[in-house]
Ligand binder design. Sequence first.
Ligand code: G3I
Length: 318
Amino acid sequence: SAPLRTHAAAKGKFIGTALATGPLGSETTYRTIAGSEFNQITAENAMKWESTEPSQGQFTFSGADQIVNFATQNNQQVHGHTLVWHQQTPGWVQGLGATAMRSAMQNHIAQVVGHYADNPAVVSWDVVNEVFDENGGWRSSFWYNTLGQSFVADAFRAARAADPDARLCINDYNVEGINAKSTAMYNLVSSLRQQGVPVDCVGFQSHLAIQYGFPSDMQQNMQRFAALGVQVRVTELDVRMQTPRDSSKDATQATYYRNVVNACLAVTACAGVTIWGFTDKHSWVPDTFPNEGFALPWDANYQQKPAYTAVHDALAGG
Ligand code: G3I
């Protein structure tokens, strides 16, 4: 039957995946599935600061270009990830004083966004990532601790200046349902837009786990952001489980995938859903959560799981 991207396109949505440069260069099956099933690509790591500007003023785009070229060959759009984050950012940035740090941030954005500004494949960016903590306060990152919350508005303004046509997003995890963290995000986006700061889009990462339950108010939460006038999107979907994997957990996982796709389909302002990888062979989950994994729609042998059928049928349905 038709690939995911055919059904998503018929609904006016994207269906995306995150790609890693290693398997993209070495595994035929990885390339075949990535190129045929999805119509939007995010670089899992290759566009992050440590990859694109490891030393101050020394920009390297080899991994990022590898992914953008793959997307272009396969008629896929690229979502840039991510410009300003507290992880995977070199030590030289973290040690700067306020004036130098703001300048370094603005230069990084100008160079990285500028590198792709004339490339029609690259259409959007995660400008800032994960600025809140779980109770809705500002995360105590080197960005916030050095610059205060002004770094967020400055980052969006720099990105707009570097590419006036790119869609600019703020992105976070554990903001899928209505809770203290998502309400902090809501209040920030509302305030920034009232000040004329160019925030176009809110990304809900959606790193879910079957043992924690599904955020049943996800559609309602996306709808309240849409009412602010922003686009919304699911940016990093995966649904992990505790080992061992079994058919009952697979079935529960499939319902989570279906629920996320259906929430996006039900919200006009939701542009699409990106899955954080696609095969259990290449997933961040087991490296981060001991005794958890199996979070993606294809297994480690590239066989489709019930989660694949759930995404497919949700996109094809209705
Ligand atoms: O490239 C080095 C390699 O040279 C080295 O041998 C190896 C040994 O540890 O590490 C490799 O780097 C790893 C990198 O992924 C590339 O594989 C890092 O250790 C590892 O920490 C890094 O993990 C990434 C993680 O972000 C780091 O923050 C994951 O792949 C990536 O999936 C994950 O993605 C994040 C999103 O960007 C933001 N939202 C949360 C999401 C999941 O954590």
